[in-house]
Design a protein around this ligand. Sequence first.
Ligand code: FUB
Length: 329
Amino acid sequence: MTDPTQKDPSPIVSHLFTADPSAHVFNGKLYIYPSHDRETDIQDNDNGDQYDMNDYHVFSMPNVEGPVTDHGVVLKAEDIPWVDKQLWAPDAAEKNGKFYLYYPARDREGIFRIGVAVGDQPEGPFKPDPEPIPGSYSIDPASFVDDDGQAYLYFGGIWGGQLQCWRTGEFKREAYETMEASGDEPALMPRVAKLSDDMHTFSSDVQDLVINDTDGKPIHASKHDRRFFEAAWMHKYNGKYYFSYSTGDTHYLAYAIGDSPLGPFTYQDRILEPVKGWTTHHSIAEFKGKWYLFYHDTSISGKNHLRCVKIREIVYDEQGKIKLAVPQE
Ligand code: FUB
C-alpha cells in the first residue's frame, strides 16, 4: 500500500525496478506504463548507456493506494525487428477500443527512434509494428488524445536522447557534443506531431513545441532550471493545456500552460524539486476526482539506473497553478 498524501510515499512497486511512469485511466482503473530498469555493469555516463532496459511491464491499480497488479512482460526488445537496445520511457493511448504503446529505442545504427505497438486491452500484450514511426526520432514519447479525438505525440530528450543531433532536421551524429543550444539562443524545444487516425504514423510535420519564458520570448538555452531537457507530458485541466517536463541536469520537474496542444506555452513554475537520483521523469493524471503526480526516485537502490515509481497528490489553486498537496521538505 502507498499513501500519495505523504511527503515521501513508499514506492508502489518493489519486486522490480521501475521508472518514467506514464499513468492513464482506462476502463475505470489506473494503469501505469513505466520503464523496466535492470542491473548492468555499465558505468554511469552522460550518454545514459547504463539505462539498458530490454522489456516493458504494465501495472494496474483499482485505487491509488493499491493493490498493484503486475501484468508481466507486455513487449520485449527481441520481438521488435528494428530495435537494437535501450527500451526507454514509454507511454500509452487508447483510441477506438484499441490500446497503443509508444516507446523509444536505439535502432541498429545507434539512432533513437520511436515505435508503436498495439493491443486489445490496456494491460497488453502489445504487438509491435515492424518499423519505427516514419519521421520519428529521439526519446520519451508522450501521447495525448484531445477531447475532439485528435491525438498528438510529444517527444525529445537532450544528451543521450540525441535531440541536439536533429537541430537541422536531419540526424548529425557528429553534432552529439556540439549542437546543444547555448547562451541567449532559444533552448532546444520538445517536438510534437499529430498522430494519424489509426495511431500508427504522423499525420503532420514534426514541429517545435515552443515554451516561452514569462517575458513572452522562447526560454533561453542558458536557463537550465527552466528549459526543456526530456520527459515530455501533456494533460488538460479546465480547458487549458499543461505541458510538463524535466529540466534534466538541474533535476526539476517544471510546467508551462498554453491554449492549444501545439503551443505556444508559457513557463509557469516547478512542480517537484530534485529527487534522489540523477533523472526525474513523471506523468500527471486525474483518477477518481483527484489529481496525481507519478514520478520516480532511487530510494530503494541508491543507484541512478535502478529507480522506483512513487505517487503524490497534486492540487490546483484558483489560478490553475499546480501545487503538491503536501509540500516537499
Ligand atoms: O529511463 C531512461 C531515460 O532516463 C528516460 O528516457 C529519461 O526520461 C530518463 O528518465
